[in-house]
Design a protein around this ligand. Structure first.
Ligand code: SF4
Length: 314
């Protein structure tokens, strides 16, 4: 039987990977076919850790631009390619270097904590980076008497304030445009329509940090990292789960748990940037060595410090 176009593309990708000693790192929110060919699948923190450990010469980042920059900062000797250089992040774009410098001038003694969804130049101006999985721990490790500038995600920052009880955290009012329009009422409706279902909330992306604003009396949500969600779903007795995250994760949850039902808390929560990556573009990235992401060394040296702190805090 003749090969399908997808099969041909996958074969081409595998051959090119072997030829260039390359690996594909895919974010959990990538479309299903990209997840299926990835050498490693994970969230931002896991991808960063894995990039550091890999012995490959070429890293193909099937994700968004700041993730490729992070890999370049952590692995300066590897070639980092992003298959579509327009795959940005609207949350990362909510703060510029100039804006951060001005904010820092207003609070000269403050500690700057940046969510990993930021550009390399913002990381270079930060004291700590964090993911949603370790944001609370990072903030708890900072002297309680120091002011903190937390950026760019307002929802994650609000969650950190709630969890730590600190009064001296100043929040940047950034949000992910994809999910900003989605109201919590939509999610609550799903919860009310599916009594008995467990609500899994992933705080990694802009979409789900909104979910953290749901009062516990309305829905008993479990805040879990992607890996936490995957292992929780595997081991839980529950049959139905409402998943508050970018819809790409449902592919993996369903694949790993064919006997369980997973309902998207937000059907529209699909990131257009994540969805820019395709098999064709991955094939072309490998074939033509494009598009290389190389963070300049001056920025890299400064950005490495907060990033290493992020990777070190579990
Ligand atoms: S979903 Fe939003 S926050 Fe997440 S990568 Fe896409 S644009 Fe950025």
């Amino acid at each position: 039987m003749a090969q399908t176009r997808t099969e041909t593309l996958i074969e081409e990708i595998q051959n090119l990977k072997a030829q260039h000693n390359a690996v594909i790192l895919a974010h959990n929110y990538e479309p299903g076919p990209i997840q299926d060919i990835a050498d490693f699948l994970g969230d931002s923190l896991a991808l960063a850790r894995w990039a550091q450990k890999s012995s490959a010469d070429v890293l193909i980042m099937a994700g968004v631009y700041f993730m490729a920059e992070t890999a370049s900062i952590l692995c300066p000797d590897k070639t980092v390619l992003i298959p579509d250089k327009e795959a940005g992040c609207s949350l990362a774009d909510t703060i510029t270097e100039e804006q951060l410098l001005k904010w820092k001038q207003e609070y000269p003694d403050a500690v700057v904590v940046s969510y990993v969804n930021t550009s390399a130049s913002i990381k270079a101006l930060s004291d700590y980076c964090c993911t949603s999985a370790n944001a609370v721990k990072v903030v708890e490790a900072i002297d309680p008497n120091r002011d903190i500038l937390f950026l760019p995600d307002f929802f994650l920052g609000s969650h950190v304030i709630r969890m730590t009880g600190r009064k001296n955290i100043h929040l940047w009012h950034g949000e992910c445009h994809v999910h900003a329009a989605i109201e919590n009422e939509t999610m609550l409706k799903k919860v009310h329509q599916n009594p008995g279902a467990e609500l899994l909330i992933h705080p990694e992306c802009g979409c789900t940090t909104r979910a953290l604003a749901i009062p516990p009396k309305e829905a008993h949500g479990l805040v879990l990292s992607t890996d936490g969600m995957l292992s929780y779903a595997r081991n839980s007795e529950a049959r139905t789960f409402i998943v508050a995250t970018e819809v790409g994760l449902l592919h993996r949850l369903r694949k790993e748990n064919p006997d369980k039902e997973f309902i998207a808390a937000h059907d529209e929560a699909a990131c257009p940037y994540m969805n820019m990556i395709s098999l064709e573009k991955i094939r072309d990235a490998l074939r033509y060595g494009r598009y290389e992401v190389k963070v300049p060394s001056a920025t890299r040296e400064k950005a490495l410090i907060p990033l290493e702190r992020m990777v070190a805090v579990v």
